[in-house]
Design a protein around this ligand. Sequence first.
Ligand SMILES: Nc1ncnc2c1ncn2[C@@H]1O[C@H](COP(=O)(O)OP(=O)(O)OP(=O)(O)O)[C@@H](O)[C@H]1O
Length: 561
Amino acid sequence: MPAIVSSRLLILVGESLPFGRLLHVSRNACYYHRNVRFLSSYRHEKGPLTLSTLGFRDSRASKESEVDKIRDTRTSKGSEVDNFGQLNPAFEVPKRKAKTVRVKETVVKHFLEIEGAPFAANSFTEIGLPPLLLKRLEEEGFMVPTDVQSTAVPTVLKGHDVVIQSYTGSGKTLAYLLPILSEVGPLKKHSATKEDSGKKKDVEAVIVAPSRELGMQIVREVEKLLGPADKRMVQQLVGGANRSRQEEALKKNKPVIVVGTPGRIAEISAAGKLHTHGCRFLVLDEVDELLAFNFREDMHRILEHVGKKRSMVASQHGNSPRVERQTIMVSATMPISVVRAAMSWGRDPLLVRAKSISPINSASTSGPVTVVNSNSSSDKNSPSQASSESLPPLLKHYYCTARLQHKVDTLRRCVHALDAKFVIVFMNLNRQLKDTVHKLEARGINAAELHGDLNKLTRSTVLKKFKNGELRILVTNELAARGLDIAECDLVVNFDLPTDSIHYAHRAGRTGRLGRKGVVVSICEQHEVFVMKKIQKQLGVAIHPCNFVEGKLVQEEEEKH
Ligand SMILES: Nc1ncnc2c1ncn2[C@@H]1O[C@H](COP(=O)(O)OP(=O)(O)OP(=O)(O)O)[C@@H](O)[C@H]1O
């Protein structure tokens, strides 16, 4: 109920958490989704990338919808083109209003507003998955593919290298796992011939993730899809775990998929215990993080060795049909460094987003590089920016000010005001996490710390306790910012401010996953308010000033300049 508290305080937000599974599907959104699934096409040696070539039924093709009319008008302005890089009028779908930087204006881009419901195709059958995999998806309760899955799965199945970019919690993991499992392992499209079954089985897919937690999470997702009988077909190779046991498992189980951190994969491969030269798929999850300096050597080895034999065969026999390694890169944020890396690591990679596909080189030259309200030219290709496209549409963002010594109390009031049950609190320095945990416990709140200096067992125990509700607050650092999927997380608090909008986006994305509601509150000191304003500007989302009064979150009026 709105109430005036003081001249500065405007709205009483009295919101109650946790939020149920709220999938916001507006009627308009449904209408558009069924009609506009792929809005760009281009010619490639494999033929044009269109709805039908990607295996879609245009269920409403016969109906002349508003969208079709818009499309018709637009196609008549620019005829179909036949060169890579020269797109049909490609309709990008910005989730929020944002300024788009077009470095080279070679292509006329058109934009069509579509509301942000996460589901596009009506069923997994529509996107070309094999029967066994469809059955497993149904058994596990996955009924409808999300937008990014609807776009990515057919594109990967068609053999393209891709960069998959979509907001946090939008289902990017399945977006690459589903096409891989359609091609390799026990659920694949073409069952093994007698000849195949006699052959020594090599690893067919390598999935690289920047942290152990994310690696293990991906392993669990693959195991879930494979089912109990076949879960040994995937092997974790994460750092911190027993290496000789991992090597034993590789030898004994002959997995078709391995998932691991760069260091451990490179280490076991260099020791000759992991054979990846014949590998068909290389996935780089959280690719922008994998570009970090500390991963450089290991990534170099992985990129050199995975699928090496296949590229030699490809160079002997020409490129058709595709035999060399397929590279899939994934992230919610796509700084320009990813565009560059993708162009050098992949073969003509496509940028796949929910409801749009475009050549990656158009991302660096003619958009869609989304830079929000940026005035300075140096901002434009800054590697440290994320856009509103990186954030779930239903998130609410607030900041409040507090003196350093009052931050823990502000945090406590915030948690109570929002009645949040699963809270992730981000801090910047490991050594301060414990102190905050103690202070929270002294105030009667169950909390624990999670950071890289803890051993693997402690880390997984803490995560388990948090997931099953034994802990209300997880106090952590950037370790937990990437990819961690805790569906129930209803509140993220930046106890210390993130260094830039990319870090903000990944931290914020731990809540509001897969269409759920979520709140992000940043607690800053008065002199740090300008940082929040900068992040707000870069992301193109509203971050409202707020306060906690009488057990409620109260949104304050923006200061006028
Ligand atoms: N089609 C679907 N139907 C129902 N649940 C799904 C579907 N696809 C994915 N999920 C679930 O949604 C959650 C979020 O998915 P996922 O972790 O892949 O998101 P993400 O886009 O990779 O997020 P991040 O950018 O944070 O890594 C997971 O729990 C996953 O199991």
